[in-house]
Design a protein around this ligand. Sequence first.
Ligand SMILES: [Fe+2]
Length: 277
Amino acid sequence: MDVRAFTVGPVQENAYLVRSGAGATHALMIDPGEESQRLLDAAGALGVEIEAILITHCHFDHIGAVAPVARAAGAPVYCPEIEVGVLADITKWTMPGFGPFESWQAEHTVKGGERLRLAGMEIEVVFTPGHSPGHVTYAISAAGEDAADSATTGGDRAPVDTSTTVPGRKPASSGAAPVLFSGDVLFQGSVGRADLPGSDWATLERSIGGLMERFERDTAVYPGHMGVTTLGREWDANPFLSELRASAASPAPSHPEGTQHPEGTQHPEGTRRAQGS
Ligand SMILES: [Fe+2]
């Protein structure tokens, strides 16, 4: 796969242009948050058609450029089902001092559990709420002959980490393994904010735990802010996952699978350094 990262707007959000391989003529745009012309120019420079726009969640910094990119590219928009109202009335949900942004009516909705095939890639939609109520993570892998291409990251501006090799990633022979576009769920050394309206720490923690259980340690994580990382790297060292690690090691998990954490469960104060809005 060929992943191009573009850090856009005052909130420094990561938009991604993703295609199945370096020679592919169709691509996906993920979370075009701002700077629509820059994103469209990048696609034009690569000679690729944006086949679809995927949204992880509808905080304004992730969707501010959806309308102009969708219109210019003629690309359908895939939006979390319970957040389509935000995209359709974006001004109402934009913090003062940002924008203005244009609303858009999503052509498709996702809620997790879907398997899509777009731009020559397989996309599994995973429901990962907690930072926002409808948040999804896209697990994307190249399909068919392009699957042998190695995963690289680049773009005209990589998000913090400018290396071209994903840390911990398997060699090219594993090119068909999915990579995650996780929006504001999990960051390099941090996690998404859980203090916003509609967010919940226990739910976010459970979503992260679900990703850890489901995907391999060396799965690359392309987040909505900051640099690329891997699940294994965050499992080993992310300070916000200490409770998750402890519960995984415990013979009697404090939060049995399928049940909610008790109301009022809080991440320890004083250690929170959540990112992203
Ligand atoms: Fe967010």
